[in-house]
Design a protein around this ligand. Structure first.
Ligand code: NOJ
Length: 735
């Protein structure tokens, strides 16, 4: 096996493309001059102040001091606030900052995770769209609304790869795949930041949580992370790197330890990899209290040592804990911290303030008129519905129960979630709950004859008045059951040991099916869930996740076929908790999983998932044919793979055509297949299209054990299909 080509060494260098890039332009020179001049006037206290961020409102973590910091702000001793929003509210604090000696504006950050006051589907749900334009559109709308409410910064996107559905925060990411995760990261950064941070409708993105936060041992939030560097480089790193390449203005360090160091104090991650190797020019913020949590990690004896480790590692801004404000000055005076480290952090923060245009006009984001017209606008609602429709995944549709006929007269709508505005929003929501359209609202609005029955109690999941529910079903043309988790059951600190849907809810579905009426299940969840009884008994299942403000409208559009579902699962759904962590791109092992005895499998549970990665049906059907490899190509392209896709059903539909690659033999062990391309196409009934994927370094390469990105000669298998399991294969040899 010859190494063909060394592409990048030591975890790759990054070509910075967008706003925080290193290009020397006249604009950058002007910024350098401005920032240098300003820093020349700053005292050490004022410099350290820029590195401090406090929470101004509600808590999104423990130990929220809630002390009014207005006086510190007017003394120039604070650089940023989180959890403050609203044009009037932020103006109040900015006015205090303008009383400070050097009038350095504050930046306001908030977790705008899936839409602002107009809520969008959970990030995991949006990822199911496999529609990068839709994902970018969602981020753009979040930015537009947030920026109109005085915000400059969101702590998003979370780009952590998740293979463990017990970890409640999978709801906030793009799922399990690094290739796709990297594309989504880029779309989200671009949506939030646009091409120009000074534009009043853009805000700073924050790539989080650097690094490896999505792989806590046993899926327990905040737990330790332990992985080899090869595993990190190939499976977890790509979305972070893509975020840096896309020009994200900020990164957030993760709570967990990585390679035996808390990420917040990891010089390897923050300084060597992110800032030096990847050339990241923005700034790094800690996670909530994670500087002082280095004491809990037993990596720092006290707050002073935590401050020392943070600043040395390259952690620029401290969120909430106060190790920097209390200790950095002494550390500099004692010669333990070179002031140049403080200066570097200050410069990075001031540069972003400059790029936001805040030195020109500190109040440019505090415009109450704009706030009123932008938030909840028609455009926002349309965008939210558009993205929500595309996030829904059709899991089962026996006998083509769906789409429902417009002539359906009587609907039995079962399940308390069908009426819960709050649950529809999902975790990490900023949405205006009172403006959420529930499924019940949307059906009534469309004039359907809806008999709503609670079905089960939302608090304890016990069946409520089964007789009443069954009689409603018997008197209907169709039964629609809204079921699943509660919104608060996924998200931060929501890890679960059992991701099964409550037994009673599942039983209720079985009882409803026995009435002989067509039953459509809407699975509402923030993560992969286990619902084997429902999977077996219900004839039609849609995974609707949490879709937020336009949930009811989007679901109705899909139920009645105004939009033909096109979502695909961005995470594998297990059949059993014991299968977790579960992902499609596992390695062969020396004893590959098979039906035999001496192989990688369980003796008491299946190895197959409930639904594989990339799975999702449509109301129409697609036929794949004529898979070909063509290697008579030029330039950076080694070959291209093409396939013909035909819509063989009777509805217009969209299909996500997926390309997987297997490196047959390599210098390190490689997965059985990896997603390396996808294209979402739209086809009229009877229409065909040829989809072509270019095979380049991106499709064939990997990080070897020297952490070099290499492409090796030899045999590959290309697989193209409708999901990670159902594929057609073709061989290719790179000579
Ligand atoms: C803790 C979370 O881990 C992080 O993602 C979030 O941005 C901060 N809290 C601020 O709310």
């Amino acid at each position: 096996m010859n190494k063909r080509k060394l592409l990048f060494n030591a975890l790759g260098s990054v070509m910075l493309l967008a706003s925080c890039g290193g290009n020397v332009t006249s604009e950058n020179r002007e910024m350098d001059r401005f920032v240098s001049e300003l820093m020349g006037k700053m005292t050490i206290e004022e410099k350290i102040g820029q590195l401090c961020q406090c929470s101004g409102g509600f808590a999104t973590g423990p130990n929220n001091t809630k002390i009014d910091r207005t006086e510190d702000i007017s003394k120039g001793l604070l650089g940023s606030m989180l959890n403050v929003s609203g044009a009037a509210n932020t103006r109040k604090y900015q006015e205090a900052a303008m009383k400070s000696r050097l009038q350095i504006p504050l930046i306001f950050g908030l977790d705008v995770i899936h839409g602002f006051r107009t809520g969008f589907p959970l990030p995991l749900a949006e990822a199911a769209s496999f529609d990068l334009d839709a994902i970018e559109r969602s981020a753009r709308c979040s930015a537009r609304e947030a920026a109109a409410a005085g915000l400059h910064w969101t702590f998003a996107p979370m780009v952590d790869i998740g293979w463990d559905a017990r970890w409640g925060r999978v709801m906030e990411g793009a799922g399990e795949d690094p290739y796709y995760g990297a594309k989504v990261a880029k779309a989200r950064v671009h949506g939030l930041q646009g091409d120009d941070l000074s534009d009043e409708s853009t805000i700073m993105a924050c790539i989080k949580h650097f690094a490896g936060y999505g792989a806590p041992i046993a899926g327990k939030d905040y737990n330790s992370v332990d992985m080899s560097m090869g595993h990190f480089a190939n499976f977890y790193m790509p979305p972070y790197k893509a975020g840096a390449e896309a020009g994200a203005a900020t990164f957030m360090s993760a709570f967990n330890d990585f390679n035996n160091e808390p990420c917040t104090g990891s010089e390897f991650l923050l300084r060597d990899l992110l800032k030096d190797k990847w050339g990241f020019k923005g700034f790094v913020v800690s996670d909530w209290g994670s500087v002082s949590e280095m004491i809990n990690h037993r990596y720092a004896a006290d707050e002073k040592e935590a401050a020392l480790k943070g600043i040395t590692a390259g952690l620029d801004m401290e969120m909430v804990s106060e190790c920097y404000s209390k200790n950095l000055k002494a550390l500099v005076e004692e010669g333990k911290v070179d002031e140049k480290l403080v200066d570097d952090a200050v410069r990075r923060i001031l540069e972003q303030k400059y790029k936001l245009g805040l030195f020109e006009d500190p109040f440019k984001y505090c415009n109450e008129e704009r706030e009123k017209s932008v938030i909840g606008s028609k455009q926002s609602r349309e965008d939210a519905c558009y993205v929500a429709e595309r996030s829904i995944v059709l899991l089962k549709n026996d006998k083509n129960i769906l789409p429902l006929s417009k002539d359906v007269k009587r609907i039995s709508l079962v399940g308390a979630l069908a009426k819960s505005q709050k649950d529809m929003c999902g975790a990490w929501s900023c949405a205006d709950v009172s403006k959420v359209v529930t499924l019940y609202d949307a059906m009534c609005e469309r004039g359907y004859n809806v008999d709503y029955v609670e079905g089960y109690n939302l608090e304890n999941n016990k069946i409520v008045d089964l007789n009443r529910t069954l009689s409603s079903a018997r008197n209907s043309d169709v039964v629609i059951v809204a079921m699943g988790e509660r919104a608060w059951q996924s998200g931060e600190m929501r890890s679960k040991g059992d991701i099964s849907i409550a037994e009673e809810q599942q039983k209720l579905v079985s009882e409803l099916v026995k009435t002989g009426k067509p039953v459509v299940v809407l699975m509402m969840c923030g993560r992969p869930v286990i619902f084997n009884e429902v999977r077996k008994n219900a004839p039609a299942i849609l995974c609707t996740w949490w879709l937020s403000s336009e949930a009811g409208n989007a679901i109705c559009n899909v139920l009645w076929g105004d939009y033909n579902p096109s979502g695909k699962l961005p995470m594998t759904f297990p059949q059993h908790n014991g299968q977790i962590p579960l992902n499609y791109q596992y390695k062969s092992t020396g004893r590959p999983t098979a039906n035999g005895e001496w192989c990688a499998k369980y003796i008491d549970i299946p190895t197959e998932p409930a639904y594989p990665f990339g799975y999702g049906l449509s109301y129409t059907t697609f036929e794949y044919s004529d898979l070909k490899v063509n290697d008579s190509v030029n330039g950076d392209v080694y070959a291209n793979v093409s396939v013909n896709v035909k819509n063989t059903g009777k509805y217009k539909g969209e299909e996500v055509v997926q390309l997987y690659v297997r490196d047959e033999v390599a210098s390190v062990t490689r997965p059985i297949k990896e997603l390396k391309g996808f294209e979402k196409i739209s086809l009229e009934p009877g229409e065909s299209k040829t989809v072509t994927f270019d095979i380049t370094d991106e499709q064939l390469g990997f990080y070897n054990n020297n952490m070099d990105y290499v492409v090796e000669k030899g045999d590959f298998t290309f697989m193209v299909g409708t999901n990670s399991k159902n594929v057609q294969s073709i061989k290719y040899t790179l000579k």
